[in-house]
Ligand binder design. Structure first.
Ligand SMILES: [Fe+2]
Length: 259
């Protein structure tokens, strides 16, 4: 699988602290059937300066594990003032850019941020909306869809690593066909949950939806191609299954690192 969101570069952000962490994460990625990792460190001017050297180092290490790494970054929409958009780190060199709207989730702020990106020819992918728009999920999803923003859910949100409320929001997005991509957003070795999340989704959703969000859309993204949506309405049986699971299903262990 392709993991489009990962904080594996050492000493750049709040992800891997050093090379030992990076090596642990590479091993965990291999066990999680990951073949391609997009190294999406949090953007800051300092992180941006240190990025290339760390990336080259990790690229060499990953190759030994049979994993390909691609460049990218995760941009906080509230920090766009510090970003030079002419040399932004796009996801795998495509027109897609990973954006975290956490600092300002109001519709006006989201609309303005997307406008800024579009002016520069960038296609935003919203990181983990299930962790941000709890109170206003339907309205925000409608707005993001209208603005052409693609949505990336964290695998740990599906497994319950952030708690029941986030998992409920993740499944709401999935039920409404609003999820385009699933990725790990791992900060440490315990953050690799794609296989576990994939198994859980296969219990409730059609194979074609599972393949779309774990295989086809991630592959399309790194190739710079358009992403597809799954718009088929869930059956009554699927809805009941999700209802029970999100209320009573066991959550996986909470992770210490929740960034
Ligand atoms: Fe992240």
């Amino acid at each position: 699988m392709i993991d489009l969101h990962c904080h594996i570069l050492p000493g750049i952000d709040d992800g891997a602290r050093d090379l030992a962490d990076t090596l642990d994460m590479l091993e965990a990625a291999r066990h999680d059937a990951i073949k391609v990792i997009v190294c999406t460190s949090h953007f800051s001017p300092d992180a941006d300066s240190a990025y290339d050297e760390a990336f080259d180092e990790v690229q060499e290490l990953a190759r030994r594990d049979g994993i390909k790494v691609c460049s990218g970054m995760e941009y906080d929409s509230a920090a766009f003032g510090e970003v030079n958009f002419s040399r932004v780190r796009r996801l795998a060199g495509t027109d897609y850019i990973l954006v975290d709207f956490r600092s300002n989730t109001s519709p006006e702020a989201v609309r303005l941020a997307v406008y800024k990106l579009n002016v520069h020819g960038l296609q935003p992918v919203a990181a983990h909306p299930e962790r941000l728009f709890y109170d206003d999920l339907p309205r925000m999803v409608k707005l993001l869809d209208k603005l052409g923003v693609k949505l990336q859910i964290n695998a740990r949100s599906i497994t319950g690593g952030y708690g029941r409320r986030t998992r409920k929001a993740a499944f709401w997005l999935l039920m409404h066909g609003a999820c385009h991509l699933v990725a790990n957003d791992a900060h440490r070795k315990d953050g690799f949950r794609m296989c576990e999340a994939r198994h859980l989704l296969s219990l409730f959703f059609p194979d074609e939806y599972v393949r779309l969000v774990f295989d086809e859309n991630p592959a399309a993204l790194v190739a710079g191609q358009p992403l597809n949506s799954f718009r088929t309405a869930p059956t009554l049986r699927q809805r009941i299954g999700v209802w029970f699971f999100t209320r009573f299903g066991k959550c996986s262990k909470r992770h210490k690192k929740e960034a």
